[in-house]
Design a protein around this ligand. Sequence first.
Ligand SMILES: NC(=O)c1ccc[n+]([C@@H]2O[C@H](COP(=O)([O-])OP(=O)(O)OC[C@H]3O[C@@H](n4cnc5c(N)ncnc54)[C@H](OP(=O)(O)O)[C@@H]3O)[C@@H](O)[C@H]2O)c1
Length: 292
Amino acid sequence: MKPSISLIGAGAAGSALLIALMRKGYPVAAISSRTLESARKCAQLVGATNASTDNASACAAGVIVVIATPDGMIQPVCDKIAAGGGFHPGQLVLHLSGACGSGALAAAAGQGADTCAMHPIQTLAAPLEGARLLETAWYCLEGEDRGVARARRLAERLSGRALTIDKSDKALYHAALCVASNYLVVLEKMAVEMLAQAGIDRRDALPALLPLIRGAADNLAACGLPDALTGPISRGDAATVTQHLHAMNDSCSDYVPVYRSLGRLALMLAEEKGKMEPGSAARLRDMLKTRD
Ligand SMILES: NC(=O)c1ccc[n+]([C@@H]2O[C@H](COP(=O)([O-])OP(=O)(O)OC[C@H]3O[C@@H](n4cnc5c(N)ncnc54)[C@H](OP(=O)(O)O)[C@@H]3O)[C@@H](O)[C@H]2O)c1
């Protein structure tokens, strides 16, 4: 029999993880959230009946407790449960934040529970779609040895993919994920605006980009870095990059510094591929320099 799960904070990430765990055979002990509405909505998705706003009772009911509140609420929620003597030895208490350390669960550890920060490396916007994405997600674990070992077993059952990280490296780790995911979204917003400036109907812009974005992700999966890089910089095509910069200076000059910065990183990647002629690299480097 697998250990039962209590969820505290029935939002996007917590609900997705609970569904994923339920599908792997973990029984749901209890769900609590700030509002009864969220707890009930999540309970309906996993076929559970024990939904409430009583964090302490929900916590007491489960062997594995997942605190999936917003980052700033993890420690206060954990402290409040502990103040009522809500944790006990044998429990595994997890939170899902990538930025916050496992120290936010110190009050649970103080009552003998094993603790670990178990961050799903995935973007989770809705429970069911999130649960599907979690089938292939990696998890990054940080905490004390027993908590990490137990969380690793859980991650292995979910997707078989776990990393561990030192507390001191978490900020850089989280910044990297922000670049990989959030800034990708920002770049697509930039591309949509540029397409609109180029006369493409705004409604068509993002749909037209999506297959391209998926193609780039597929190339990354198939070829890795640096070989997945394509495009004019990868080909050493300085004439095309000059045209880009002229067009952007005319229509969307605010984006030029971003284009130049990313272009310089693209040039480094292109040089790593090893097919760039030295003359082309020098011309590109010059035109991609920061301008005042
Ligand atoms: N979403 C992602 O892509 C993602 C990915 C990886 C990790 N995470 C991590 O997962 C955690 C949750 O993020 P999220 O995106 O799921 O946020 P979210 O959708 O805003 O959900 C947070 C939930 O916490 C509940 N909550 C707030 N205060 C509470 C309290 N005092 N007691 C009980 N429940 C409380 C809220 O309840 P109500 O709905 O009832 O107001 C809400 O359902 C964060 O640590 C985040 O860093 C998120």
